[in-house]
Design a protein around this ligand. Structure first.
Ligand code: SF4
Length: 367
């Protein structure tokens, strides 16, 4: 295991430069942004734009698209023009696609130093083109594609190796006076990821893009990302996040937003406070909580809704909620701000909660 040091306590945000990814500031005092990556073939412009629209609706602020072929590079202009959020071109292997992405109007370009052939020779040209277009570059180092020279030197993808790779590439850009950079140093192991970002945070003042790469399926990837991002963000490290999941990218956005909300880094909208159920439960709490969450999905104000399986402890446990239900005996006691306001048959619990939520909407300052 990697030494994670002393337990983290919330600390002020790490001071770093700010870059603009299209209209989204990253770093400095900008709020931590959430991003994701499309899974469509980028050359399929309509499918890619449809997925970008879904991601945008879910709260994604920056989207990345893969550019593995000339057809994909050719599609970038239409995608960048029609996307409502900034589009980042993800380039491996081919420096010429970097120029294509800049010409196409992409908001940023991600390069993986370990994967760009003859990258070092091209840095001057890339720096000039990106600088002239006002396009920042992400140096995205991945454990799985670390520069072979560093792999030989360090024996494996250690935090030091990841950071050395990133800072080496940054220094090449700096030689050409280009500093519109952000960095990621991703590893599939959250402990190595945390150690790498901590080291990187101490050694540069560039904004940092957090990610645990190949984090796994939905549950495992969520846990790994929440642990790594939670530790780092609580220490003030991290300016934009991408959760990598073997799941539809909308899930990545939901998890990223959820992590930021849990850390108090952005205001929560809907929060369902549901009990885990136990032998006292008089309703199927899991199903009821899912139905309430679905019915109130997209509610435009911060709302904490309690779903409790019994009347014994329910209302007391949920006193902090704006609204809630404690089920029992085929009925639901509906309570608003801790007071029981009515009792309805179990079949009407969900619609009654929605009615009460709409009534409460008028009380919010932006209601
Ligand atoms: Fe059990 Fe009732 Fe607490 Fe739910 S609210 S966990 S059913 S005691």
């Amino acid at each position: 295991a990697v030494d994670l040091g002393t337990p983290s306590v919330p600390r002020p945000r790490r001071r770093c430069r700010q870059i603009m990814v299209g209209g989204v500031p990253v770093g400095g005092d900008a709020p931590v942004s959430v991003q994701s990556m499309t899974t469509t073939v980028t050359a399929d412009v309509d499918a890619t734009l449809r997925q970008i629209a879904e991601l945008t609706a879910a709260g994604c602020q920056i989207v990345r698209v893969a550019v593995p072929s000339q057809d994909d590079a050719d599609a970038l202009a239409a995608i960048a023009r029609r996307s409502r959020i900034p589009v980042v071109a993800d380039i491996h292997f081919q420096p010429r696609y970097v120029f294509a992405a800049i010409d196409a109007g992409c908001a940023a370009v991600r390069v993986n130093p370990g994967n760009i052939r003859k990258f070092d020779d091209k840095v001057g040209e890339i720096a000039r083109a990106a600088g002239a277009a006002g396009v920042p570059i992400r140096i995205g180092v991945n454990a799985g594609s670390l520069d072979p020279r560093l792999l030989r030197k360090h024996g494996r993808a250690t935090p030091e190796a990841l950071v050395e790779s990133a800072l080496w590439e940054c220094s090449l850009f700096e030689e050409h006076g280009f500093r519109e950079l952000k960095i990621s140093v991703k590893h599939h192991d959250p402990q190595v990821t945390v150690a790498a970002y901590r080291l990187l945070a101490r050694r540069c003042d560039y904004p940092l893009h957090l990610g645990v790469t190949e984090a796994g399926p939905l549950l495992q990837g969520t846990v790994k990302s929440a642990v790594a991002f939670g530790l780092l963000l609580a220490e003030g490290i991290g300016d934009t996040v991408r959760v990598s999941l073997s799941a539809p990218p909308v899930e990545e956005v939901k998890v990223g937003i959820g992590i930021l909300e849990s850390l108090g880094l952005r205001g929560r909208r809907l929060e369902i406070v549901s009990c885990p159920s136990c032998g006292r439960a008089q309703v199927d709490v899991y199903t009821l909580a899912d139905r309430v969450a679905a019915a109130l999905d997209g509610f435009p104000h911060p709302l904490r809704v309690a779903v409790m399986g019994c009347v014994v402890n329910g209302p007391g446990e949920a006193r902090e909620a704006d609204l809630g239900v404690a089920a029992g005996n085929g009925k639901g006691q509906i309570f608003v701000r801790g007071e029981v306001v009515r009792t309805v048959p179990e079949s009407r619990i969900v619609e009654t909660l929605v009615e009460e939520a709409l009534r409460l909407a008028g009380d919010f300052p932006d209601g």
